[in-house]
Design a protein around this ligand. Sequence first.
Ligand SMILES: Nc1nc2c(ncn2[C@@H]2O[C@H](COP(=O)(O)OP(=O)(O)O)[C@@H](O)[C@H]2O)c(=O)[nH]1
Ligand SMILES: Nc1ncnc2c1ncn2[C@@H]1O[C@H](COP(=O)(O)OP(=O)(O)O)[C@@H](O)[C@H]1O
Length: 204
Amino acid sequence: MQEKGLLIVLSGPSGVGKGTVRKEIFSHPDTAFEYSISMTTRSPREGEVDGVDYFFKSRAEFEELIQQGKLLEYAEFVGNYYGTPVDYVRKTLDEGKDVFLEIEVKGAKQVREKFPEGLFIFLMPPSLSELKNRIVTRGTETEEIIHNRMLTAREEIEMMELYDYVVENDQVELACERVKAIVMAEHCRRVRVEHRYKKLLEVE
Ligand SMILES: Nc1nc2c(ncn2[C@@H]2O[C@H](COP(=O)(O)OP(=O)(O)O)[C@@H](O)[C@H]2O)c(=O)[nH]1
Ligand SMILES: Nc1ncnc2c1ncn2[C@@H]1O[C@H](COP(=O)(O)OP(=O)(O)O)[C@@H](O)[C@H]1O
């Protein structure tokens, strides 16, 4: 039987750099993970492409996906829905490929309940003031949204204890290296947890 892939969940407070770290990881052709493109009801930002950055949906379409049980998890984040397509995730894991989710913390909590065996990595900012700095300099949000995001950031950071690993995003390159090292180590650990080494003994 085909061994299942690893479900990798990268989460953390808004503005910490999840998207930046994820894009950097996937910009390398040797990256062996499959990125799960999320569904969202938020409007595309300039340069964003449907089916590449997100699958952009209307609220009615998104609610239909919820009704049909098509989402592994979903959450409302600053007024918009975001969710992970379940069929894609299951199919890809069944093919033995690692699936990478980059999602906010409420969604990550739901995934933990459904896939406790997943690998959960929390991206942490060097400080709260640096976090605010990043959201402000990104310049995609209004002042009111920035204020709301900072309020939720404190609650989000408290959810750190649900994760297997915490990675500080001080420098993007370093954070990416840490994430990749964690995934590599997890694969080695599972050889024992899943008793895969037994195959080796059978051959002799
Ligand atoms: N729960 C959940 N969160 C998601 C999903 N896709 C993206 N997000 C998160 O939604 C939040 C807002 O994303 P976005 O609007 O692209 O803004 P940005 O990542 O803050 O630039 C971020 O924290 C994303 O990680 C998803 O499928 N499910
Ligand atoms: N290590 C870092 N050092 C400095 N700025 C960063 C770092 N990582 C991300 N940023 C910047 O912080 C802002 C928020 O990053 P983003 O990836 O959009 O966060 P998230 O996806 O977690 O909401 C962006 O302007 C990004 O360029």
